[in-house]
Write a protein that binds this ligand. Structure first.
Ligand code: NDP
Length: 258
């Protein structure tokens, strides 16, 4: 008999920033493991998010698309409550929405700082808070925060991003301490360089240039594809990870091993 600990059948997941990139891959990956998946992103990305919904539905599970801008804190709880009402439960939150504004520290503006930290850390916290309420009520939940290899190490040219991602690890530990006793585990995934539309847009370089730049910093020798994060997400979203909490699971091609 096959091991059933990784099955997400009967579970309902919400993925933020799921219109493209890592969020899209994780939404589809959770559906492949059997979960119903609510897809969300900002209004400007809603058509792309519907494409993710279509990919999820093609796998034979339920899906729907929701406008959820994590910078609009007042709108987060009502949006998550609507999803709970629609599906009758919420079991898994993939806290994925995030931005990067690479710039030398001496050139960082207050607007750069606020946009980065408010999206990657403040928005992530309030999504976790809103999702934890129904999870605590039902006594089971999985919150998976998307951090970075930069949750664990530093690098030049990305100070606000690195501060926000170290903050994601701190929050993961703090929330795990508070909510694990109620059956809600809180963990983080730390992806290394992954080929996504957001990265290509932020660095204004060709995929080949980025590949060459990262190859010697990763024992893996190449940037990753978003689908290579799916296994980690399924584990942390599944019953199999019930005793894993407050943990940063690095999936970074060995970046932090050097
Ligand atoms: P993408 O920019 O490709 O995708 C992110 C999605 O989130 C986009 O659809 C984006 O919309 C959306 N988003 C941005 N701001 C908000 C917001 N305020 N509310 C809701 N959605 C929003 O990024 P990636 O897939 O590369 O990154 C996903 C996550 O993974 C991020 O948290 C990132 O920090 C993390 N990560 C990525 C790595 C990589 O190398 N790709 C490495 C380590 C971590 P829009 O396109 O309009 O901005």
């Amino acid at each position: 008999m096959a091991y059933s600990g990784f099955s997400l059948e009967g579970r309902v997941a919400l993925v933020t920033g799921a219109a493209r990139g890592i969020g899209e891959a994780l939404a589809v990956g959770l559906a492949e493991a059997g979960a119903d998946v609510a897809v969300s992103d900002m209004a400007s990305r809603i058509e792309l998010a519907r494409d993710t919904q279509a990919r999820v539905e093609a796998l034979g599970v339920r899906s729907s698309t929701h406008e959820l801008d994590v910078l609009d804190v007042a709108s987060i709880s009502p949006a998550i409550d609507r999803i709970v009402e629609e599906y009758g439960q919420l079991d898994i939150l993939i806290n994925n929405a995030g931005i990067r504004i690479p710039r030398p520290a001496l050139e960082v503006t207050e607007a750069d700082w606020d946009a980065t930290v408010d999206t990657n850390l403040k928005g992530l916290f309030f999504c976790a808070q809103a999702a934890a309420r129904p999870m605590i009520e039902q006594g089971w939940g999985r919150i998976v925060n998307i951090g970075s290899q930069f949750s664990a190490v530093g690098s030049a040219g990305r100070a606000p991003y690195i501060a926000s991602k170290h903050g994601v690890l701190g929050l993961t530990r703090a929330l795990a301490a508070e909510w694990t006793p109620y059956g809600v585990t809180v963990n983080a995934i730390g992806p290394g360089p992954t080929e996504t539309p957001g990265v290509l847009a932020a660095y204004n370089r060709t995929p080949e240039e980025l590949q060459a730049e990262y190859a010697d910093k990763m024992p893996l020798g190449r940037r990753m594809q978003p689908e290579e994060l799916v296994g980690a997400a399924i584990f942390l979203a599944s019953p199999a990870s019930g005793a894993t909490t407050g943990h940063l699971l690095l999936v970074d091609g060995g970046w932090t091993a050097l």
